[in-house]
Design a binder for this molecule. Structure first.
Ligand code: NAP
Length: 247
């Protein structure tokens, strides 16, 4: 018997990076994953590889679409992973469009998905909610301002959910990684691969599968155990401002 046999688990942002790795890891444990993101071709490909998976094209910034697509699902859990960073610089030099994109995706997107899925999880009296926070939600770093603010907000939502869900038998977890090698920096720098590669130069970042492992750990504890906060650093990263580089 696999440890997540037949559990129906939503993964937002499943088309790449941590979300894709998490979907694969959950499916390997027997879960029937619901893959959500905007790039539907990628989702369709992934769904074809994972037994029992379904794909839903979804922009988490669209509250009505979240409600329409997600509220009808009978879920055992939801991994709220969709998110992004845009730009790295001072607030004075910042771009309002980038701030809106981060806040709309990382904060309001999480709320839209929660609003759609929580009523049924609560109604069934069991389930799991996992938020993808970040060490950026614990320590600000130069130029990180609005992205950090969005992840501090995710941390506040984690705390709020603990209160909201008390007595409902729905577990809530925040998984807060340091640097993970994904497309995150490529997106942050609008496709500048050279600049993105420099972020990880000379150090060993976490792999998306390392984060997926932590999520599987939380979901496979016995029902009376709620893993609350998992902070996962690369060994080469002491803080958001201190990275050991060997070259
Ligand atoms: N990489 C890191 O160092 C790191 C560290 C700590 C925390 N995190 C967090 O981990 C999460 C995943 O990031 P990642 O590193 O795996 O980056 P990634 O490889 O760029 O993946 C981001 C995922 O989010 C989805 N997404 C973005 N905007 C969306 C929207 N509006 N609606 C639906 N899906 C959306 C993307 O799918 P589509 O583009 O197909 O929609 C993609 O699947 C994010 O919340 C990020 O903040 C990352």
């Amino acid at each position: 018997m696999k440890r997540l046999e037949a559990r129906r688990i939503l993964v937002t942002g499943a088309s790449a990076g941590i979300g894709e790795a998490t979907a694969r890891a959950l499916a390997a444990e027997g879960a029937r994953v619901v893959l959500a993101a905007r790039r539907k071709e990628r989702l369709a490909q992934l769904a074809s590889e994972l037994a029992g998976a379904i794909a839903i094209a979804l922009d988490v910034r669209d509250a009505a679409a979240c409600e329409r697509e997600l509220a009808p699902l009978d879920l055992d859990g939801a991994i709220l992973n969709a998110g992004l960073g845009r730009g790295l610089g001072s607030i004075a030099d910042g771009r309002v469009d980038e701030w809106n994109e981060m806040l709309d995706t990382n904060v309001k997107g999480v709320l839209h998905v929660l609003h759609a899925v929580l009523p049924k999880l609560i109604g069934r009296g069991r389930g799991d909610v996992v938020l993808l926070g970040s060490v950026a939600g614990r320590q600000v770093y130069p130029g990180g301002n609005v992205y950090c603010a969005s992840k501090f907000a995710v941390r506040a939502l984690y705390e709020a959910l603990r209160v909201d869900l008390a007595g409902k038998n729905v577990r809530v977890t925040t998984v807060d990684p340091g640097m993970v090698l994904t497309d995150f920096s490529i997106t942050r720098f609008h496709g500048d691969h050279e600049r993105a590669a420099k972020v990880y130069q000379g150090m060993t970042p976490l792999a998306p599968s390392d984060v997926a492992d932590a999520i599987v750990f939380a979901l496979t504890r016995p029902p009376h155990v709620n893993v609350g906060e998992i902070v996962l650093w690369p060994t080469d990263q002491a803080s958001t401002t201190q990275v050991t580089r060997r070259t």
